[in-house]
Design a protein around this ligand. Sequence first.
Ligand code: ADP
Ligand code: MG
Length: 677
Amino acid sequence: MTSLSDSVAALPGVGPKRVQALNSLEIENINDLLTYFPFRYEDLQAKDPAELTDQAKVTLKGTVAGAAVLTRFGRKKNRLNFRLLLDEHTVIPVTFFNQPWLKDKLEVGNEIVVYGRFDAKRQSLAGMKILASADSGMGSIYPANKEIRQGTIQKLVTSAYETYAPVIVDLIPEPLREQYRLLHRKQMIHDMHFPADGAAAQAARRTAKFEEFYLFELRLQIVRQQDHTLHGQALHYDLPKLKAFIDSLPYELTGAQKRVVNEICFDLKRPVHMNRLLQGDVGSGKTVVAAIAMYAAITAGAQAALMAPTEILAEQHANNLAKLFADFPVNVALLTGATKASARKTLLPQIAKGGVDLLIGTHALIQPEVTYHRLGLAVIDEQHRFGVNQRQALREKGQQPDVLAMTATPIPRTLAITAYGEMDVSVINELPAGRQPIKTTWIRSNQVDATLRQVKAELSTGSQAYVVTPLIEESEAVDMKNAEAIYARFKEEFEPDYKVGLLHGRMKDDEKNAIMAAFKANEFQVLVATTVIEVGVDVPNATLMMIYDADHFGLAQLHQLRGRVGRGTRASACILIADPKNQLAVERMTTMTSTNDGFVLSQKDLELRGPGDILGRKQSGVPDFKVGDPVADLNILSAAQQAAKETVAAPDWADKDANLALAAFLSTTAHQNTTMD
Ligand code: ADP
Ligand code: MG
């Protein structure tokens, strides 16, 4: 029985050693081998001998023009001569030494491919290899390694194709194949390895990419479907109560906020497990959306939890939410690493008994000692700041709570599709009315003094300013400014007219919180800070930000930092101070000054730095594709995702005739590529 899931050991000439060598290239079965594609092709086009250089090794395709003549001289020595017709006008003599058996392959009129060394003086070719037809694979160059050579891979692919071609069936269902004008799978595999010309190779590559993305997306969609059928809690919230809460807000929700609230509430009600990502640029108002969702869960008799990445942020959320819920029967509690042991001791049993409705905190929320009475909704703020395990741990608290993960790092389409494909996504693509765009400028460090006048002018209007510095201590390796030195400088410059504060990561948590609270209360007008303030801090009266050594930050981080201003109704400004040393850094600065759109920035970041850097190297979740490039081939990726969604949306899709081959293939390759979090 031959099947593409056969081990490569089934091929002639493949013993344990070769199996191991192939495994080192992640080739285990025949399908792996047949989808181990060349990364380039040698030109198989017949060349004009006038253009060939002397002694060049070339591959020539042509027709055998005259009968081959074998001449023997001596017992083992012989010579085979024939003429090869390259095109209408060009015939060159070819000579093979000591390969008499080739004569059988040289029937007049046969099309062949010859590899050899060109002799310019004689205008002839010293043949080295002969390949039966253009199907030889001679032109295909594969990624090889020390354990297995190029020629071996070529031979094995050829032999695998010869044996297994009859069992290569289409995986992509016929209607989709037609809709996207793709090749049949057999044709695609053939043309990837043995293309007749460049156009054939290109068409095959397009189909190969689509297939790769489609299979990947199908696996994600299947996981997602399983998630949806997982028995979650149906939270029957109290709509009038929820409306009363929304009416009590000091502002009208934006259209985008209303839309995502509806999307979330729809999920809460259903007895399925919600796994939803809420994306919204900095300042788009995600917190209030989370508050509404959590209140909904609470009116349904469940508890809600909100996990934030830092103490400052957790505390800020606790204060804001306590205010929002002041007139509503919601018991809000805060639990962080800084919570005193005595307070913890009274809090934990209350959480377990259901005395706390809304628990806000840091990763302290997922410690094993914390047990919930009935956790219905878990919200994760700035979710990319948490590891996969921490997110999972919150998900596993209680009985499969619905999960709402929030992120202000706008996720480029590529990453949304590949890394988060198993989640439902809601997007807040609108800022609250009255927001002024942040005007960003870039200056050199020798222009800072001149800029301080601008800072003073801004402060004189009653506004506050952030001054961001990259590091707390002078580092020898990287020439970065010292936060303390800058603090001293600003004190000298601005006090006593304005007060200057300092916030850095080495401070104790309560110290940090006190400073943040004082800044919020306008006790300081200037806050010199390291990137501690990056995440989520909300001081609407701050309208100016200066960022030292801005070229040391990535685009996403700069955008997050910049999002700390522009939160009120007054115009805000951001001044980037940088003396970039390379073109990429220059590009980052000019990108920052040219757009405020987080999605544009993150797409640019992705192009400049790649997915790993945006989502954290290890957690990017973007798998390695063999032929497709999720950034460059985004169009194909989107189409494949759409196609995969449609495929699994049909009831009993796996039992349909058109999908049988596909379903069988997915079940035999279930081990591949599903290691998403
Ligand atoms: P982020 O999405 O960055 O977490 P926040 O939730 O902190 O943003 O909201 C930013 C600010 O916008 C807060 O001060 C919040 O009160 C305010 N806000 C949220 N929604 C609206 C709205 N619809 N209209 C006006 N202000 C809003
Ligand atoms: Mg936020």
